[in-house]
Design a protein around this ligand. Sequence first.
Ligand code: FAD
Length: 493
Amino acid sequence: MKVLVMGGGMSGLATAINLLDLGFEVELVEADEIFGGRASSWRDEDGDMIDNALHVFFPYYANLINFFRKMGIEENILWKQTEFYYMQAGGKEAVLRFADLPAPFHAAAAFYNLLKSYTGIPKWKLLFTAAGMASGVMAPERKMEKLDEITFGQWAVRRGPTDAFLPMEPGINGLTFTPSWMVSAKVMLNWFRKVTADPDSARVGFANGGLGDIWVDTCLKYIHEKGGKTELRKAVTSINVEGNRVRGVIINGEEERAADLYVSCLPPFSLRQVLPRDVYRYEYFRNLWYFHYAPSLSLQIWFDRKLTDVDVTFFSNNCIFNTYADLSNVLPHIFTGGSMFEMVLSPADNIEGLPDEVIFDIAIGQIRDLFPIAREAEVRKYKVVRERQGVYRAYPGMEKRRPYQRSPLDNLYLAGDYTRTHVSSGGMEAAIWTANHCAEIIALDKLGKFHTLNVDWKPKAGLVPIIRPATQVGGIMVALALARGALRLLKKS
Ligand SMILES: Cc1cc2nc3c(=O)[nH]c(=O)nc-3n(C[C@H](O)[C@H](O)[C@H](O)COP(=O)(O)OP(=O)(O)OC[C@H]3O[C@@H](n4cnc5c(N)ncnc54)[C@H](O)[C@@H]3O)c2cc1C
C-alpha cells in the first residue's frame, strides 16, 4: 500500500518512519528547500549556524525521547540544571532553582529562592504567585478541562493582585508566542503542571548542535535505507477529493500524484488552502479555520566577549525578547569566543513589520540594560530569523478544535503539532505524539492490527496527593510556608 506524506517537518519525517516500519511504501513531499520544518537549522553566508529559533526539550517529551533513542540520537539532547534565570535591569539576576525535594516542596523551595532576588513585583505579590500557581497546577483534571474556557489572564485576576503572575509571563510568551491575557488557562497550567511535576521535570534540554543537524539527516538516512522517497521543493497545491476519498494531489500546480493513503503533516494554515471547498461541509475541516497564527521572530547576536556564564534558559520581563540563552555556555564546544545569544522574540504581533535593524536596535538597548557588561562589548554580527516561524494561537476553546488524526475521509489522516493530543498547544513532543498516533490508527484501520507507539509520561508524585486537598482551599499551606520564609527574609533585610 502506497502512502503520500505531505510536509517534511518533524511530524512528517516521523510519520514516514513509522509507516515504513509498518511495511507501507512511502513517498514524502516537502515544499521548502530543506527538511525539518520549524525544527530546522541551516548555515548563513559566513558558515555560521542559524537555528530556526531557540528550541528546548523537557523530560515530559517521553515520545520524542523514545523516537530519538530509536534513531540513535538521544545523546544529541544536552540536559542542563533544573533552573531558570531571570535577568533584571542593571544586571540583577534572580533564579528559579528547583530543589531535589519531594514534590511539591521542590517547587516551593524554588519560589522561596526566587523571592530573595526577583524585583519585578513586590515580595508580598510573589506570595500570591506561589500560592496561585500551586493551586493551579494541582487542580483536579475535571477543573482543568473547564479552564480551556478562560484565558490565563482571567484565571490570574481571580487569584491575586495586578501583576502577581508577571514572573510567569516570559515562559508563557516563549512557549505560546501569546500574551497571558489571550492564552487558554488550561494550556498554560497544563504546561506548568508538567514542568513543575517533580524535581527533575524542569530540566531543560538543548540541541547539541544546530537544531536540524541533530535529527534531520539521521531520519532521512533511515527513510532512504528503508526504501522511502523524499523530495524537496514539491508543494502540494491542491488535494482532489471524490466522494469520501482523496483521489490524488497536485504538486506545484501541475504534477499529479496518487497513492492509496494520504497523510497531511502540513500546518493548518496550508492544509485549509489546498483542500477542496466541498470538504467544509464537515465540521472537522471547518475547525481548521479557527486556527490563528501566533507570530514570532528569532534573533541571534554574536558578541566579541563573554557576557554571562549561565548555561540554562534566561527569562526577562518587559522586553521584546522573553526566553533566551547564551549558546557559548550551553554549547561551549561549538560556540567558542564571545557570547552568542539566541532569543525568541514574541508575541511578535507588533514588531514583525519592523525592519531588522530597528528590531536589533531595540533588542540591543534592552540587552545593555540587563547585562551592563554588554555596553562595552562589540556586536560581531546579528541575524533576525523570520522564516518558518509561528505556532497556532492557543486561545481558549482551541483544544476542542484540534482535529483528531483520523479524518472523515476514508484515506486521509492528519499529523502535526496542532492536531489533537494531550500536549497542549503543540511543540515537538506533540509533533512526535501525533505522528505516532497517526501510525497507530492507520495500522488499526488498514492492517487490522494494534500497534502501540506512544507511551505516557509519569512524574514522581512526591507528596502531592497529601498536599492537594489543602491547595484546593486556596493553596493555604504553601502560602503559609512561603509567608514564614518571606517574613524571615524581610526581618533580615
Ligand atoms: C520560534 C519557535 C520556537 C519554538 N520553540 C520550541 C521549543 O522550545 N520546544 C518545542 O517543543 N517546540 C518548539 N517550537 C515548535 C516546534 O518547532 C514545532 O512544534 C514542530 O517543529 C512542529 O513540527 P510539525 O511537523 O508539526 O510542523 P512543521 O515543522 O511546521 O512542518 C510542516 C512542514 O510542511 C511543509 N509545508 C507547508 N505547506 C506545504 C505544502 N503546501 N506542501 C508541502 N509541504 C508543505 C512546511 O514547509 C514544513 O516543513 C518552536 C517553534 C518556533 C517557530
